[in-house]
Design a protein around this ligand. Structure first.
Ligand SMILES: C[S@@+](CC[C@H](N)C(=O)[O-])C[C@H]1O[C@@H](n2cnc3c(N)ncnc32)[C@H](O)[C@@H]1O
Length: 252
């Protein structure tokens, strides 16, 4: 049976160039270093279903526009990125301070259950590589995981539009949890432009006690490489979200 191979998944295939952006045409110099959109919506927490005081692990945090706005709104945020350069940049240039700056592959965090309420990302890459594992891990949280995409007609990188809904739908089915997909306007700025109401899509997966236990078991078996029959069945379903080159064959 094919299951995710964490070693292959976490092997770096590209490293982010600071001050540059990337799209289907390749790298381009950013005039305005920052995320595709920067939120300024007074009702953002309400819209995302996140509460003031909750603990958020913000993965693939990039230039931190989203992560830092959550801090402004009273959320306790740990910032993560796999790029050391990006973390240094954020430490030096972003006035808002995060609880922690976690230099890690997002596939490996959180390590423990109930350490966070939510895992959140804005437009993270890796939808068919490690992102399904990061959102599998988000089921260890108190509440679950949230993925956010800015709605850009025709201009979207990769296959996030297809990958994000299948991540929340399939994981919810395998672990018997609930999900929601909502389209909503969020007030903010697009690349330093004027403040306006920008269309975003928000994908939410919610965990529960049983899902948390199953995910804990499956992740531990994935690490030890010793599989029980039920974990193997679930992990082979998770593997369907991931490209074949990041999977390994194990005996059924
Ligand atoms: C958020 S994504 C794409 C940016 C998006 N277009 C935006 O406007 O926000 C880019 C960031 O993800 C980070 N990243 C990529 N793979 C990662 C991984 N496996 N774990 C943690 N961070 C990762 C990169 O270092 C980079 O800072």
């Amino acid at each position: 049976m094919l299951v995710p191979d964490l070693k292959k998944i976490t092997k770096p295939i590209w490293s982010h160039k600071l001050g540059y952006g990337v799209n289907q045409q390749g790298w381009f110099k950013l005039n305005n270093p920052g995320q595709a959109t920067a939120p300024e919506d007074p009702k953002l927490l309400q819209k995302l279903g996140v509460k003031k005081g909750e603990k958020v692990l913000f993965i693939a945090g990039y230039y931190a526009d989203w992560a830092s706005f959550l801090v402004k709104k009273g959320v306790k945020v740990d910032y993560n990125d796999v790029s050391e350069q990006m973390i240094d940049y954020v430490k030096k240039n972003i006035k808002i301070k995060f609880n922690k700056y976690i230099h890690s592959n997002y596939e490996l965090i959180p390590k423990k259950e109930k350490e966070y309420d939510w895992t959140i990302t804005f437009e993270a890459c890796g939808g068919s590589q490690g992102l399904p594992i990061a959102y599998l891990r988000s089921l260890l949280n108190n509440k679950g995981g949230i993925l956010i995409l800015f709605y850009q007609r025709g201009g979207h990188m990769g296959s996030k539009w297809k990958r994000y809904p299948s991540i929340v739908k399939k994981l919810a089915k395998i672990y018997n949890t609930t999900f929601s997909i909502k389209e909503m306007k969020i007030v903010g700025r697009k690349k330093g432009g004027p403040r306006s109401s920008l269309l975003h899509r928000v994908y939410i997966i919610r965990t529960n006690n049983q899902a948390r236990e199953l995910v804990k078991k499956d992740l531990s078996e994935l690490t030890s490489n010793k599989f029980s029959k039920d974990s193997l069945i679930r992990l082979s379903k998770v593997a369907k979200l991931i490209k074949k080159e990041f999977l390994k064959e194990v005996a059924a």
